[in-house]
Design a protein around this ligand. Sequence first.
Ligand SMILES: *[C@@H]1O[C@H](CO)[C@@H](O)[C@H](O)[C@H]1NC(C)=O
Length: 302
Amino acid sequence: MTLSVFFTSSFLALLLLPAHVKGHGRLLEPPSRASLWRLGYSAPVNYNDNQLFCGGVGVQYGVNEGKCGVCGDPWNGKREHEAGGRYANGLIVRNYEVGQVINATVELTANHKGFFEFRLCPTDNPFKRVTAHCLQKFPLVVADTGLTRFTVPSGDSYSKITVPLRLPADVRCSACLFQWQYTAGNSWGISQDGRQCVGCGNQEQFYGCADIAIGHKEVAVGKPTPKHPWFFQSEKEKEEWHFGVVRYIKDSQETVDYRSGAKRIIFTTLGLHWMNQDDSIQMITSPSILILVRFVLHWASC
Ligand SMILES: *[C@@H]1O[C@H](CO)[C@@H](O)[C@H](O)[C@H]1NC(C)=O
């Protein structure tokens, strides 16, 4: 056996080793925030759009007590796929009719099993943070079974799975978050009743979030949601101000303070405030800090 044949066959053997292939998946229809770039939209590239898995089982259950961002970001990290994050750019990708049956498509690699669940949260504002509580109120039903769980056919190969879903009869939104949640079933564990099996206990989860509209014909699909007058944009090439008081630096992992969903900043004699979506007003800086700043400036100019 020549060396090259040896290497080629070892390489093939490695490729075929099923033990090293973990289940992964991404939401392609409606296109998820993380996968927009694959589908021809102008959006930041996320090569890991098939592993929005809460940081992995170790992080999700070992560190965060099972909690996860609604779009699959690790609970304890920066939620880049939620409002305020770099992949949440307000691009509405589909516009459906109220109560329509839609097709959701998920791309899965290797080691299936487990189940999918799909949910909605109407926000009318793609820049607004979505809670798990809101999503739980709007589960989507699989059109041909009437169930909210879709059992993934077991198999070990790549596949694209399309699930027909019925949109609720009473949800209309100019922006809704569409959530795909995949609870895998291929890890060995212990269930609450003490049973031990593959598929028992804590399982790996995968997520995808897409921005859709329902029953609003006027919403433009595939274009970023019009920015509000109080949307700030920096002149510098690599920086831009997101909706509200969000500063987003491209290609940087730097943590910046943001308040997604803030409507506008208000300057008053009492300090600097922002107005939330519900028109409640919060203070950013207190008068004492402003007075201190004025004092320092005054002192510096003397
Ligand atoms: C969903 O897929 C089915 C089967 O391919 C097709 O008949 C149906 O028209 C699709 N529905 C939509 C809304 O695209």
